[in-house]
Design a protein. Structure first.
Length: 108
């Protein structure tokens, strides 16, 4: 095995470790997420080896929750009485952050 093969294998192991760390403890602040190609990395999905309820996606809430444009929310196809119970805290600096700066690209 050449140095290049070992380096590639080592780099692959390091990338896998970084992804596992993000899955286990995702950053709370938007600016702490990876830049470059790493920000396009996805977890799980159709080729994943686990279902939504078994993987890190479960931290996002029940898979059957649907948020609609009118503000209503459904769980398992049934309307929820208080949609605010299923909304998380805004991401600091994100578009729903009341203390965040306005987006200069936002249409007026």
């Amino acid at each position: 095995m050449s140095d290049e093969d070992e380096k590639t294998e080592h780099q692959q192991k390091m990338e896998a470790a970084k992804i596992r760390a993000l899955e286990d403890d995702p950053p709370e602040r938007l600016e702490d997420w990876p830049d470059g190609q790493a920000k396009y990395e996805t977890f799980g999905g159709a080729d994943g080896d686990h279902s939504y309820d078994e993987g890190p996606e479960v931290k996002l809430g029940p898979h059957s929750v649907r948020h609609h444009e009118d503000g209503s929310v459904e769980v398992d196809g049934k309307q929820v009485d208080d949609p605010s119970e299923l909304k998380g805290d805004p991401i600091p600096g994100g578009p729903t952050d009341p203390d965040g700066e306005s987006n200069p690209d936002e249409a007026s």
